[in-house]
Design a protein around this ligand. Structure first.
Ligand SMILES: Cc1cc2nc3c(=O)[nH]c(=O)nc-3n(C[C@H](O)[C@H](O)[C@H](O)COP(=O)(O)OP(=O)(O)OC[C@H]3O[C@@H](n4cnc5c(N)ncnc54)[C@H](O)[C@@H]3O)c2cc1C
Ligand code: SF4
Length: 535
């Protein structure tokens, strides 16, 4: 099997009797494998899409995620048929048998596949390739702005892989929000303007909702029947399942939500599941939208006027900055064992309530119930509620990553490993973040209304009313004081520990252990094995 650059002309890799295998997150007409055969008329290009039950059973995927991916695949197959492609759509257990049958049916000399974004699936393709009657030629994945190799070249030889440096280089490279070599508006970064706490009385716009058509209803029926035991609610499914619908979501975001995106992007409010967020990650990650067009739409809207630079820059930073950076790091680091990192040596299992949503910590309860409803929580809920809790209470990073991968509508290995292990849990020891995103209840109190309706007191560290986030936070600092001291950015907070009375330290430690027993009564203290992750 070989990988060729996506810009290589078809004649250079041979085009007779060539079929295209399209994966569930490659649903774009301009994806590399289809584009590589653009010189041929569609009727001469057999295409296959495979709906694999083994993939669905491999994890406790949110039911809406299964519906989204399969419905989007079925709609894309329909779109290809309408364009004249001979499409084979198979529901099967695995991938090998349908590929064998299809290759024989069309007497294929070659199968083209855009390189899977996820390393585990790349390994699966390697394995099955030897069982096929013709070779698989992989085309470089073109769903990202930076090619994997380009990121690695950028990263090599740098002391620190700072997102800010990477983002600025991206702005210059693609001339996004630039005036010559200067940032538009005179500044690269508007984060300070973009961190407002929630404000009472704001009416947030409802997201677009797409009633399931016949194709989606058929998938809903299948998921109910076969995967009804999986996590998450199925009722109310309203995600976009076609490119046309995804473009409507983009348009709606640009017109209605983007003008207010910046200031409220870190805020959390009970009963408001989406605030001004774009909800575009499921579509970007499936290939229904491209990062280029999303960035261009935001920039064009800014040029027309009426949208503050802080909102536009804050949004473009997410896509051109964070999204590309996370994927680049994944390409760079995964071959070096990134997924196994556990810097703090945390071994606790995931508490049961991550699945049941039954907890009296209000911030966690609100966030978990929201994920159960939609498979969605916004960035700060993921970072400062969910992974913050996992980090300070000492849960094993791989168990946390597996849970995130299961329950989110937009999760894939390429985006999960670096976000959860690196950004959320500091399990990579600071390769990605310059200090752990560990926080006490003070942050949650400032940025949400959750603490107001909680049975715990956000300002107490110990005692029956004390917020467990506080107790775990200080216990975390005490437990890892020596390794945190090497990070200059932790100096101020660690200085608090020097002034802390020994009795208080003893109380915090005892109470953190007691909280853990109470929150996770069935699991015991240690769980070095991923297989014991509670489902
Ligand atoms: C612990 C943790 C787990 C996460 N898991 C995922 C995941 O499984 N899938 C996923 O797409 N994103 C993930 N993210 C990143 C981010 O939280 C989501 O992309 C975002 O919340 C999706 O909602 P939105 O489309 O409304 O985003 P917005 O807030 O509207 O942001 C716009 C877009 O920016 C991109 N983006 C922003 N931050 C990131 C990031 N750190 N990594 C990648 N893309 C980013 C997304 O494509 C998103 O659609 C995770 C972040 C953390 C901290
Ligand atoms: S008091 Fe603590 S547990 Fe309750 S909502 Fe606030 S941070 Fe969460």
């Amino acid at each position: 099997m070989r990988t060729v650059p996506s810009h290589m002309a078809p004649s250079q890799v041979g085009q007779a009797c060539t079929g295209v295998w399209i994966l569930g997150d490659q649903l774009h007409l301009q994806q590399a494998a289809l584009v590589s055969l653009a010189a041929l008329p569609p009727p001469q290009i057999p295409v296959i899409l495979i709906e694999s039950s083994r993939w669905a059973e491999g994890r406790n995927y949110h039911q809406q995620k299964l519906v989204l991916v399969w419905s989007a695949m079925r709609h894309f197959a329909q779109e290809l048929r309408n364009l004249g492609y001979p499409v084979t759509y198979v529901e099967s257990e695995g991938f090998t048998e349908p590929l064998q049958a299809w290759a024989c049916q069309y007497q294929l000399e070659q199968i083209r596949l855009m390189q899977p974004a996820d390393f585990p699936f790349r390994a699966e393709v390697e394995k099955l390739a030897s069982q096929l009657p013709c070779p698989i030629v992989q085309l470089e994945n073109n769903h990202f702005l930076w090619r994997g190799e380009e990121f690695i070249n950028w990263a090599k030889g740098r002391k620190r892989l700072l997102m800010e440096d990477f983002y600025r280089e991206g702005r210059q490279r693609w001339q996004v929000l630039m005036e010559g070599d200067k940032p538009l508006g005179g500044r690269w970064n508007y984060d300070k303007e973009n961190r407002k706490p929630p404000k009472a009385g704001i009416r947030y716009p409802a997201p677009l909702h797409f009633p399931p058509d016949a194709l989606t209803q058929a998938v809903i029926k299948k998921v109910k029947q076969c995967y009804g035991h999986h996590f998450g609610a199925l009722e109310g499914f309203g995600w976009a399942v076609t490119r046309a619908q995804a473009l409507q979501v983009l348009q709606h975001f640009i017109e209605v939500r983007l003008p207010h995106f910046g200031p409220w992007q870190d805020a959390m409010q009970s009963g408001e599941d989406f605030l001004y967020h774009s909800l575009l990650s499921p579509y970007l990650n499936l290939g229904l939208l491209t990062p280029q067009e999303v960035i261009a739409a935001a920039e064009a809207a800014y040029s027309k006027g009426g949208i503050p630079i802080a909102s536009v820059e804050g949004f473009i930073r997410q896509i051109l900055g964070w999204r590309e950076y996370m994927r680049g790091l994944y390409e760079y680091q995964m071959p070096m064992g990134y997924s196994q990192h556990n810097f703090f040596g945390h071994t606790r299992p995931l508490p049961d309530f991550f699945w049941t949503t039954d907890t009296d910590l209000n911030c966690l309860r609100q966030t978990l119930k929201q994920i159960h409803r939609h498979g969605y929580a916004h960035h700060i809920q993921r970072l400062m509620i969910l992974s913050n809790f996992a980090l300070i209470s000492g849960i094993q990073p791989q168990a946390v990553e597996a849970w995130f991968h299961d329950v989110f509508i937009d999760s894939y290995d390429w985006v999960m490993q670096t976000n959860v292990l690196g950004m959320g849990l500091f399990a990579d020891g600071g390769l990605l973040a310059s200090k752990p995103y560990a926080a006490s209840a003070q942050y949650i109190h400032k940025m949400s209304d959750y603490c107001r309706n909680c049975r715990y007191n956000h300002s107490e560290k110990v005692g029956e009313q004390a917020c467990p986030f506080n107790t775990f936070y200080w216990d975390f600092l005490l437990r890892h004081r020596s390794c945190l001291a090497s990070s200059g950015r932790m100096g101020l907070v660690l200085a608090h520990l020097n002034r802390m009375q020994p009795e208080l330290i003893t109380q915090i430690r005892a109470q953190a252990a007691a909280w853990w027993e109470r929150l996770c009564p069935t699991a015991g203290q240690e769980n070095p094995s991923l297989s014991q992750t509670i489902r």
